[in-house]
Design a protein around this ligand. Sequence first.
Ligand code: ATP
Ligand code: MG
Length: 249
Amino acid sequence: MNPNGTMLLELVDISVRYGQVRALTDVSLGVGMGEIVAVMGPNGAGKSTVLKAVMGLAPVVDGHVNWRQQRLTAPTHEIVREGIAFVPQGRRVFTHLSIEENLEMGCLYLNDAAEKQRRLDTVLELFPVLHEKRRDLASQMSGGQQQMLALGRGLMAGPEVLLLDEPTLGLAPIVVKEVFQKVAEISEKLKTTIMVVEHNIKGVLDIVDRAYVLDMGRVVHDGTPDSIQETDILTRVFLGKLDTGEDDE
Ligand SMILES: Nc1ncnc2c1ncn2[C@@H]1O[C@H](COP(=O)(O)OP(=O)(O)OP(=O)(O)O)[C@@H](O)[C@H]1O
Ligand SMILES: [Mg+2]
């Protein structure tokens, strides 16, 4: 969509270290307004750290994040108000609360009751399953339904950008498909810009405009789904056969 255009949200030369562990090294990537962009890569590649770096939840030692072309300096708890919502890995829903109460947790900071109701109506319309079960406890939902709830809660913040960490993790193939369809629908109907971290390459490449491939904390490839599938980068990265160019044998 806009590979060379202006980015709405952008990591610029970000390096992250957890003690001795270099989780990210000089990572630059971003998402343009209205795009769906994937961040892919094997376990430990640094995918979650990319999203955490945006949210101020990772120890960034170098680089910065740009939001609407300006440096993002807001502390974590204010970032959601800036228009960036984060749905973390592992769909942490509040099991002892009802579905509607869970959704309301997504916009706690909002004092405007009419706006809250408007958002709730939008989310319940987008997710019929949440509407149907809105008074049930979240603990009574299946894994796929809990993931829909986690997406819905993210949307309650009324975000311009939604950051999704592994939304299909641990779900059955048919449910994986439903989640990807829902992500595409959010993009289409609400015009939300989306950055999605995924393991599930096949499914995610069907819905994204562009994707970045991460390996050992570095961006090793980026491009459109077609351009990525034309290369063998994914096989190489996922089978651990990437030639880094540094230690050729
Ligand atoms: N809190 C932490 N403390 C120490 N090391 C961490 C921490 N979080 C992540 N790491 C390390 O940083 C690297 C990147 O982790 P990250 O969670 O971003 O990977 P990922 O690509 O999301 O992996 P996965 O697919 O398993 O979710 C890994 O080596 C990981 O062990
Ligand atoms: Mg992760």
